[in-house]
Design a protein. Sequence first.
Length: 428
Amino acid sequence: MTQPVLYRNARLIDPASGLDQVGDLLTMGGKIAAIGADAARDLPAGAEIVDATGLVLAPGLVDLRAQVGEPGLEHNETIQTASRSAAAGGITALAALPNTDPVIDDEAGLEFIARRARETKLVKIFAYGTVTRETAGKEISEIGLLAEAGAVGFTDGGPIADPALMRRALSYANGFGQTIFQHPSEPRLAGGVMNAGEIATRLGLAGIPGMAEVIMLERDLRLVEMTGGRYHAANISTAESVAVIRRAKARGLKVTCDTAPPYFALTEVDVGDYRTFFKLSPPLRGEMDRRAIIEGLADGTIDAIASDHHPHDQDSKRVPFAQAAFGAVGLETLLPLTLELVHKGAMSLSRALAAVTSIPANILGLRHLGRLSVGGPADLVLFDLDRPWRVEAEKLASKSKNSCFDRRPVQGMVLRTIVDGRTVFARD
């Protein structure tokens, strides 16, 4: 049994219920036992009391998308190091991408992830199943069996290029109440290495036009309309994509989407002189795109913010830009970069936290997570909203250090992360 803990005088924020007030919260037996005035009554003997005056106590973050390394990519990350990094970032649950080696396209792969997460005993790790066997884009996986085995959604990690296959996948998955998660990028247009435009031309680098994303989105949404399927667009990065999603939602389609911090905090200018840690997929876009992403988050067109954690060892990044791998780590910077939107007045704190707690939990079908509710799991993050610090890549808990936010000053520090009532991270 976990020790009872009373958090006193915290600013309690629960976006799912609209709660935002100063008060107490008691955890006991891995659950939230009481919230508010009743929390301090009949306090159990031996309970720990945490003075949270001036701090925010919120549901632990739920990360929609991360690479956890295992199986097969342990040189980049392991479930152990990814869990430590997630805990340090206030993330209590995450969904692991299935494009590992071997890929997660059967029940054994899902059980491997679940077993390793149980052994690690830090954060909760769920896994996607693949849409196609071996992510080869030819034969649809056993979606029904994988869903029964615990898959929280279905994606190949990269784009599903074949429209006929996507149509079948949407129909098949919908029969099991499952969502297809797509990385929208038309591969025959997306053969470059950074955003197409003046900067790419000046650097002599092949460009990826924003239309590569938009064309795939438009195609997929027509298929959603045709099939009635459930669809999630990952990593939205362009102004036109936001407009496309907005129109699709207005038509009542079953569509959700997310973005990641680089697309509202950085632009193609940050690539500078061939800085490979800023080579991402989709690529960093222009300033007008960045502003549109923020507007989409503020008005709810973009539902959620994911870390899009994609670790790489130095050998994959310390090479010429064209040869460098796509991706950056993001677990420990997810919360402070989301809070930038609050500090800059773009979003309320409750809306920003909803994008990384209850909404991603709902999208993944994990509706018991990402919220403060009596009797629910005591998955919490305690953080100082205003405390400034500087990101230092070498000090990140992730095994890989390829952060595109290295040396960036941020505001908002995680002080404690709690999973099922157990403290899995505490800052000295």
